[in-house]
Design a protein around this ligand. Structure first.
Ligand SMILES: Cc1cc2nc3c(=O)[nH]c(=O)nc-3n(C[C@H](O)[C@H](O)[C@H](O)COP(=O)(O)OP(=O)(O)OC[C@H]3O[C@@H](n4cnc5c(N)ncnc54)[C@H](O)[C@@H]3O)c2cc1C
Length: 410
C-alpha cells in the first residue's frame, strides 16, 4: 500500500488526505494544532463557485491612488513592510495584466467548476449538511455607478463562464434581508455559492471523516521533515512517522519549511482580520460591502465581520485600523450590539504572485509534493485541488489540466 504524510490540516491538507485515502493510500495527517484552526477557520466561509477568475492586483490608477493614500479599506499596508513584499508584488502586478490574467483565469475556472461538487460529496459523507447554506451570497454596492459596473461584470461572467446571478434593487435587497438598515444602490446576488456557519467546524468534520475511514491524525511539527530510508520522516507527539511521500500543505507557512530544502517560494501574504458581533437581527446570507472590502457573514458565533488585505510583516502586531473601519462601515448596514471577542482574529491568505495555487511534485525532491498558495479561495478549492494532487501522486489522468498549477511552471 502506498503511504503519505500530509503536513497541514487546513482545508487544503484535509482535502488532499481524503482524496489520497480514497485512492487506497495509507495517510498520516500531521498538524501542530487541531484541524481547521488557522486560515481555514477564520475566513468568510463562502464556497465561492462564482470566483471563476483569480483575484488580480488592481492596475487602474484610481484604485492604486486610493490604496496608496489610505482611502481604500480593501487594501491596507504597513510602510515598513513594503520592501519585504516588493519582489512578490511586482510579479503579482505583472501577472495581473489582462492577457496573463485571462490565461490564469482559464485554469482557475476549470478547478472552481469542481469546487462545490467536490465539497458536496464530503459534506454528505461527513454528516455536515447543517453547517452549510446553499442560497448564494450577495454583493452590496453603495453607489449607482459601482452598481452599474457590478451588473456589467456579472453579465460578463455569465456570458463567459455561465456564472448565475440576480440583480436586486434596493427594495428587493431590503425584502430579502430585513435586518439591513441601508441597501445602497442594490446588490448582485450570486446564486451558486454556498456558505458555512462555522468554517473551522467543516474542516474538523472532514478530518473526522478521514479518521473514521481509517486515516491517522497526529500532532507534530512540520519543521522536523527529513528524508528517511522509506522516503520521508516527521516527528510527532506519538513518535516519528515515516512514509514514501510527503505533501506540504502548510498554507501561508509553506515557504518557511521549503526554504530549508533550498526552495525560495515568493508568496504575497495578505493578512485578514475578523471579529464576531452579537446582533439581535442577523443576515440570512453573507453580504460583501464592495466599497469597504468587508464581508458580513452570519456565523454560529455571531455576525463575523472580515476585512480585505493587509500587507504587513509576518511578525507585525495586530493593526486595528482596517477592522475598525470595516466595523464602522458594517454599522451603517446593521445594528451591532457588541463584539464577542476582545481581540480580533487574524490570519494570512497565501497568494501566489502568478495567481494560481501550486499543486504537484517538488522539482528536486522525489516523493515530496507541493500543495499551497490557494489565496482568496482555499476554503473553496481544498477538496477539488486535493483531488488534482491525489491523481498526480497516483499516476492517474488529471480531471482538469494540471500543467498551469505545476510547481515547475514559469
Ligand atoms: C479574512 C479571510 C477571508 C477569507 N474568505 C474566504 C472565503 O470566503 N472563501 C474561500 O474559499 N477562502 C477564503 N479565504 C481564504 C482561505 O481561508 C485560505 O485560502 C485557506 O484557508 C488556506 O487553507 P490552507 O489549508 O492552505 O491553510 P491553513 O488553513 O492555514 O492550514 C495550514 C495548516 O498548517 C498548519 N501548520 C503551519 N505550520 C506548521 C508546522 N510548522 N507544523 C505543523 N503544522 C503547521 C497550521 O496549523 C494549519 O492548520 C479567506 C481568508 C481570509 C484571511
Amino acid at each position: 500500500m502506498r503511504s503519505a504524510i500530509v503536513l497541514g490540516a487546513g482545508m487544503v491538507g484535509v482535502g488532499t488526505a481524503l482524496h489520497l485515502q480514497q485512492r487506497g493510500w495509507s495517510v498520516i495527517l500531521v498538524d501542530r494544532g487541531a484541524p481547521g484552526r488557522e486560515t481555514s477557520y477564520g475566513n468568510a466561509g463562502i464556497i465561492q463557485s462564482e470566483a471563476v477568475e483569480p483575484y488580480a492586483m488592481p492596475r487602474d490608477w484610481a484604485s492604486l491612488f486610493a490604496i496608496a493614500t489610505g482611502r481604500s479599506n480593501d487594501v491596507h499596508y504597513e510602510v515598513g513592510a513594503l520592501p519585504r513584499h516588493l519582489g512578490a508584488l511586482l510579479r503579482y502586478w505583472w501577472h495581473s495584466a489582462p492577457r496573463r490574467h485571462e490565461s490564469a483565469a482559464r485554469a482557475y475556472a476549470s478547478l472552481i467548476a469542481h469546487a462545490a461538487p467536490e465539497h458536496a460529496g464530503l459534506i454528505e459523507e461527513a454528516g455536515a449538511a447543517d453547517l452549510v447554506r446553499r442560497g448564494g451570497f450577495r454583493v452590496l454596492h453603495r453607489a449607482a455607478r459601482a452598481m452599474d459596473a457590478g451588473v456589467a461584470e456579472a453579465e460578463r461572467l455569465r456570458a463567459r463562464y455561465g456564472v448565475r446571478s440576480r440583480v436586486l434593487s434596493p427594495a428587493e435587497l431590503g425584502a430579502a434581508e430585513p435586518a439591513l438598515k441601508a441597501t445602497g444602490a442594490g446588490a448582485i446576488h450570486w446564486e451558486d455559492p454556498w456558505s458555512v456557519r462555522d468554517p473551522g467546524a467543516l474542516v474538523a468534520a472532514y478530518a473526522a471523516l478521514f479518521t473514521r475511514r481509517g486515516g491517522t491524525l497526529r500532532q507534530g511539527e512540520a519543521d522536523s521533515l527529513a528524508p528517511s530510508g522509506r522516503g520521508w520522516r516527521v516527528a510527532t507527539a506519538d513518535g516519528p512517522v515515516e512514509a514514501e511521500a510527503a505533501v506540504v500543505a502548510l498554507g501561508p507557512w509553506s515557504p518557511d519549511l521549503l526554504r530549508r530544502f533550498g526552495y525560495r517560494v515568493a508568496m504575497v501574504r495578505k493578512r485578514g482580520y475578523h471579529r464576531h458581533w452579537r446582533s439581535r437581527r442577523t443576515l440570512a446570507l453573507p453580504l460583501l460591502d464592495a466599497q469597504n472590502g468587508t464581508v458580513l457573514a452570519p456565523m454560529a458565533a455571531g455576525l463575523r465581520i472580515t476585512t480585505g488585505a493587509e500587507l504587513s510583516r509576518p511578525e507585525a502586531a495586530i493593526d486595528p485600523v482596517q477592522l475598525a473601519r470595516a466595523e464602522a462601515a458594517a454599522r451603517d448596514l446593521v445594528d451591532l450590539d457588541g463584539p464577542r471577542e476582545n481581540a480580533p482574529w487574524s490570519g494570512t491568505r497565501p497568494c501566489m504572485p502568478d495567481l494560481l495555487p501550486v499543486i504537484g511534485a517538488a522539482p528536486r525532491h522525489p516523493g515530496l509534493w507541493f500543495h499551497f498558495g490557494h489565496g482568496h479561495q482555499g476554503f473553496t478549492l481544498g477538496p477539488a485541488s486535493g483531488r488534482l494532487l491525489a491523481e498526480a501522486m497516483s499516476g492517474e489522468t488529471p480531471f482538469v489540466p494540471a500543467a498551469p498549477f505545476s510547481p515547475g511552471r514559469r
